[in-house]
Design a protein around this ligand. Structure first.
Ligand code: NDP
Length: 330
């Protein structure tokens, strides 16, 4: 098939990955078993790092960027999938070691595909995307730990106005938890209140010196910021509580002590979405199907064209994106 289509490619320029739009054809795609025609992708923080060239996300080049995709199976050499099946892919090394979702067609391994939940359109599934599905993994992890209870205590969400944060606020409030939103953007308070936040904490209050044990406040927390923020959140978590940590928007370091863990039995639960097993993914998508309010999802979503990716990448790294960005694949 010689028809060409546009892809956002990362290529080696003077030893560094550089992003640009390229025309490719189906014969350029990797030789995996399932060909998918992509209708939507999304923009995550990691996509911002890849497209801007500010982070080394791709581990081989050339690489089609985009860690998420939603589309329809066109051809399949796997018995598990047939033409017409509607599917999503989140992670699995897309944009890192495997070609990703910023292209009209992609060939993928059958085991990377998740059936599009009946509850969502492709656009809605990408409005959730890796960020939203990771928020659901975090909420499930906290509930499995067992110390957060609806109507009792406060659950903190850091980076609240971002993609992970917005979805976490919506999910937790829909499940009846009292949600405190930590944000550096006071102008997002009305938006976050609309998603279900009951009060706010300026992110600067979590960015200062880390005293090992502070006043116990959070029965649980979802953290997408890392660094001093995470260390302070751990030091403010109640006896036996847990923090689900998934991100590093504020830094990859963790300048704390073991005190919250050894004196208050506070748990730090690491959450990875990229290689999460299929059963955990299915459960996270079920949590989203059951509890994510569709009007709130619409309120946190903007839809953009693929041509806008370079600008949008700069915006998400600057912390200037509110909620989630869906990318329409032309
Ligand atoms: P967004 O950019 O949408 O959200 C990040 C938010 O973090 C911002 O909106 C901002 O929130 C806050 N923030 C940004 N910079 C800083 C800073 N310097 N100090 C403190 N807070 C800051 O990104 P995503 O929601 O897509 O991703 C968030 C993080 O989670 C990223 O690090 C990403 O890589 C990670 N992630 C990890 C996954 C995993 O599998 N473990 C999966 C998905 C995401 P506000 O304006 O409200 O203060």
């Amino acid at each position: 098939m010689s028809e060409t289509f546009t892809a956002m490619m990362l290529e080696d320029v003077d030893g560094k990955p550089k992003a640009g739009f390229r025309q490719i054809s189906r014969s350029d795609l990797p030789d995996h078993d399932v060909l998918v025609e992509i209708s939507h992708s999304s923009l995550n923080y990691k996509d911002g790092l890849a497209v801007s060239g500010k982070g080394r996300i791709a581990r081989r080049l050339p690489m089609v960027a985009g860690i998420d995709l939603a589309g329809t199976v066109v051809e399949s050499r796997s018995a598990a999938w047939k033409p017409g099946d509607k599917v999503i892919v989140n992670g699995w090394g897309l944009s890192e070691t495997e070609w990703g979702g910023y292209a009209r067609f992609q060939r993928l391994k059958p085991e990377w595909l998740t059936r599009l939940p009946d509850a969502f359109s492709m656009e809605q599934a990408m409005a959730i995307g890796t960020a939203g599905y990771t928020a659901a993994l975090c909420v499930n992890a906290l509930e499995d730990w067992g110390t957060i209870q609806p109507g009792k205590g406060e659950v903190l969400v850091t980076g609240a106005a971002g993609g992970v944060g917005s979805t976490a606020v919506s999910l937790l409030s829909a499940k009846g938890y009292t949600v405190v939103a930590s944000t550096g953007r006071a102008e997002t308070h009305d938006y976050l209140r609309g998603l279900g936040a009951s009060s706010f904490l300026d992110r600067a209050e979590l960015a200062g010196d880390v005293r090992p044990l502070q006043k116990e406040r959070w029965s649980g927390a979802v953290d997408s910021v890392g660094s001093t923020t995470l260390a302070n959140v751990l030091a403010q978590t109640v006896y036996g509580g847990a923090v689900a940590a998934c991100g590093l928007a504020g830094g990859a370091d963790l300048p704390g002590t073991v005190m919250p863990h050894i004196l208050r039995s506070v748990a730090l639960i690491g959450v990875d979405s990229v290689h999460a097993p299929q059963a955990r993914r299915d459960r996270a998508w079920q949590t989203l199907a059951d509890h994510l309010d569709r009007e709130k999802l619409a309120a946190m979503t903007e839809v953009h064209k693929m041509s806008e990716l370079p600008d949008l990448a700069g915006k998400i790294l600057a912390g200037a994106v509110r909620g989630r960005i869906v990318i329409e694949i032309a």
